[in-house]
Design a protein around this ligand. Sequence first.
Ligand SMILES: Cc1cc2nc3c(=O)[nH]c(=O)nc-3n(C[C@H](O)[C@H](O)[C@H](O)COP(=O)(O)OP(=O)(O)OC[C@H]3O[C@@H](n4cnc5c(N)ncnc54)[C@H](O)[C@@H]3O)c2cc1C
Length: 436
Amino acid sequence: MERFKQPEAAVVVGAGSAGLWAAIALARRGTRVTVVDAGAVGSGASWGNAGWLCPSQAGPLPEPGQVAYGLRSLGDRRSALYMAPSSIPGMALWLAAFARRCNARDYAAGVRAMSHLGYPSFALVSELLAEDDDAPAAQRSGLMVAAADAEPVRAFLAAVAPLREQGHELPHRLLDDDELAALEPGLVGRASAVHVADHWQVDPAVFLQYLARRARALGVEIRERWEVSGFELAGGRVAAVRCLNATIATDALVIAAGAASRDLAADLGAHIPVVAGKGYSLDVAEPDWMPRHALMYMDTHLAVSPFGDRLRIAGTMEFSRRRGPDPERVRALEDVARDTFGGWRDAAPAWMGARPIVPDGLPVVGRLPGVANAYAATGYSMLGMTIAAASGDLLAQEMTTGRKPAVAAPFDPARFSRWLRPSVWRRGARRPAVST
Ligand SMILES: Cc1cc2nc3c(=O)[nH]c(=O)nc-3n(C[C@H](O)[C@H](O)[C@H](O)COP(=O)(O)OP(=O)(O)OC[C@H]3O[C@@H](n4cnc5c(N)ncnc54)[C@H](O)[C@@H]3O)c2cc1C
């Protein structure tokens, strides 16, 4: 058997949260890293998200009850979850696989697996923020999980039970009115709520620039506006990464291209069924009510982040082929936001980002089957800010030692090898890898 050798050089495709954290972890272990991005640093889903580091939410997307909710909202453009009718036929196998995992057993197993990513990321983020006097601030006042009725909040308390059993500090009962008045007075009389202390918040665009700065300080080269168009293979390994502008020779490859990862992996013969789950955010200035904490509304599915005098209102999940925000869905988000926060002085144009989602809702971290030196760091779904640091670290351990850490086993990209692939998924419009 060939002896494993740590790669001297690696190319990471994607300068989002996934790619930059993987690059940092690899560079810390002595690999020379080049990150290439078709756009700019943090210009994908990592740009306008809610900025939460929320290990208490770190469960897989398929949850018990999701299928019924999906069916109820099917085709409703104003619903928090929307599936464009034209995208259903092409996603039928994906949806069937997703639906199979919407059960309590898979969900609890997923929560346990992902607890090895969410909580350990706090330590890695803390370490990185301590490295620079000009580091951006992380707000650490916690998260209020709220709903007009108590029931959805109780459901949240039940969903985090596996984390509580592991010893993580999580609330176990609703706040009473005095506690609510002390923490978030604006919710009194309007909502039931619990307070999750282990929750941080960053401004994602600022944080991604900081990640890039720290990566460069570790010697990582970041090439913006370098789109990857394919790969060159030699002896079952990726020998070079073809970009539109040039070709980069490499010892190892990491695909961290967010929702575009599926086509790049397909070029190497690997199947990663990533689809784009689009979400929206709206930045409003000086709302009538400015909450003190990050808020998660269980009933309206809003994720709300106060950033100074600006409030970011994020949410929605859309499966469609649209490139930009759907005006009808933006209006629906504005209407829910107005019901909750009253008016505001001003609002920036709505933003839409594509979350990379696979049907089992678990991240895809590790070596791609069939190619000795190609890896993936994707599928972070709704949690790319929360889990990217620890995911990148696990990936770098595997890439530099040749051994997959035991806790990373559930995230192995090879789990999709035997899945049926609709022909439309086999590969995108680009050329496949060239063997030499
Ligand atoms: C509305 C909304 C709110 C969210 N809120 C949160 C939150 O509060 N907390 C949280 O943890 N997560 C949140 N998320 C999820 C989080 O944003 C994503 O999981 C995360 O950003 C994914 O990061 P990524 O690096 O995998 O993908 P991206 O950030 O999309 O990065 C992928 C990069 O790859 C590049 N790329 C693609 N194809 C190529 C190519 N061929 N060549 C070169 N480069 C290429 C793209 O240009 C892009 O920059 C939210 C998402 C949305 C949409």
